[in-house]
Design a protein around this ligand. Structure first.
Ligand SMILES: [Cu+2]
Length: 103
């Protein structure tokens, strides 16, 4: 067991040096995606969107339910609206954190 300790220590030191450059979270979060509102569940702060590709989540287009945070965002859109929205993976839950009707 003891012989592993130097190796682990070396890995801990080396890992940051070999980390790939990543897009800062703030930049990823600012990516807006396009979609159409299919359903709004205000009581549960959920929205169903038919969305195009979500590049920051590496997700292809589909229809799916998102959590909405803050839930007041739901006041600004209605079923049938074309929207631009920001989707983020917050602790494993796909969450809309910004949304606006698109022209
Ligand atoms: Cu999706």
């Amino acid at each position: 067991m003891k012989k592993w300790i130097p190796l682990l220590a070396a890995l801990a030191i080396a890992a940051p040096l070999h980390a790939q450059p990543v897009t800062p979270p703030a930049a990823q979060a600012s990516v807006m995606s396009e979609g159409v509102v299919r359903k709004i569940d205000a009581a549960n702060a959920k929205i169903t969107l038919k969305h195009g590709p979500i590049v920051n989540l590496d997700m292809p287009g589909m229809t799916m339910v998102f959590r909405v945070q803050p839930s007041e965002l739901l006041n600004s859109v209605k079923v049938g609206d074309k929207v631009k929205f920001r989707a983020e993976d917050i602790n494993g839950t796909f969450t809309v954190t910004a949304i606006q009707a698109a022209p």
